[in-house]
Write a protein of this length. Structure first.
Length: 259
């Protein structure tokens, strides 16, 4: 923490030292990102600036019946990215919004069409190999299977309230609608609004988290599996959602249209 404050002081002229307090209180995301960069790879010490409520286990009644926790993985490369990116892993967990237990899982790898060969960077990042996608269905077929799964799970039944939960807006604001547009697939209204767990975490803690790893760290949860494996990320997010609920979080739509 002291190192972080020293870093901020270097950014702010000495004649404006009184602005530090203002930065901490009103520039929350700027402040948090500086902290995130410093602490992301450091040994964990419970940070005093993250004001998470205690783990009481007393949960608020949620406005949804189910949460669908989603985390796509897509073709990628660095330093220059693949264009267009295509979804190569499509995982969704159906989580009961009362018990916060996972009741069902949809998971499929997806064969990319525009750029069928995965880069070595993509494989290192996601753990997805060429063999894992070569014989898989393409996006249209996987999305059709996903719709069937939703119907089979009675998620779309009249009177059932549900929301997707993502870590960031990339999944449902960018990669999914862009891929649907290219294939002339209609994006249903229920995939145009969602819960970005980063905003939920910020609401509860007054700290905007840079990524899932830091949210897990702040919540004193261990990451399980491989980071950037879609299915492993979904499982970790499900644990984080339950943890925040046990701290009194009421999950509400906070991303997408009209939120």
């Amino acid at each position: 923490m002291n190192n972080m404050l020293s870093f901020v002081r270097k950014l702010v002229p000495s004649s404006s030292a009184n602005k530090l307090h203002f930065i901490k209180l009103t520039c929350n995301r700027f402040y948090s990102n500086i902290v995130n960069d410093i602490e992301e790879n450091s040994t964990y010490h419970p940070p005093s600036y993250v004001k998470l409520p205690p783990l009481t286990g007393v949960r608020k009644k949620q406005i949804f019946d189910y949460f669908l926790i989603l985390d796509f993985e897509a073709t990628c490369d660095a330093p220059k990215n693949v264009v267009p990116q295509e979804i190569i892993e499509f995982p969704v967990l159906k989580v009961n919004a009362t018990t916060f237990e996972t009741e069902s899982t949809f998971h499929s790898y997806v064969r990319p069409v525009m750029n069928p060969e995965l880069t070595s960077f993509c494989t290192r990042l996601t753990g997805i190999t060429q063999e894992m996608v070569d014989k898989q269905p393409d996006f249209e077929d996987v999305y059709e299977d996903f719709q069937y799964w939703m119907h089979n799970e009675n998620i779309l039944k009249d009177g059932i309230k549900f929301s997707f939960i993502t870590c960031g807006d990339w999944d449902l604001k960018y990669i999914f609608p862009i891929q649907c547009k290219g294939l002339r697939i209609h994006v249903p209204d229920y995939m145009k609004r969602w819960i970005n767990i980063k905003y939920s975490f910020e609401t509860l803690s007054s700290t905007y988290p840079k990524n899932m790893a830091l949210m897990m760290k702040y919540s004193q949860l261990e990451l399980e599996g491989q980071l950037h494996s879609g299915i492993d990320d979904c499982k970790n997010l499900a644990r984080l959602v339950k943890n925040l609920a046990d701290r009194g979080m009421l999950f509400e739509l906070n991303a997408g249209g009209r939120c």
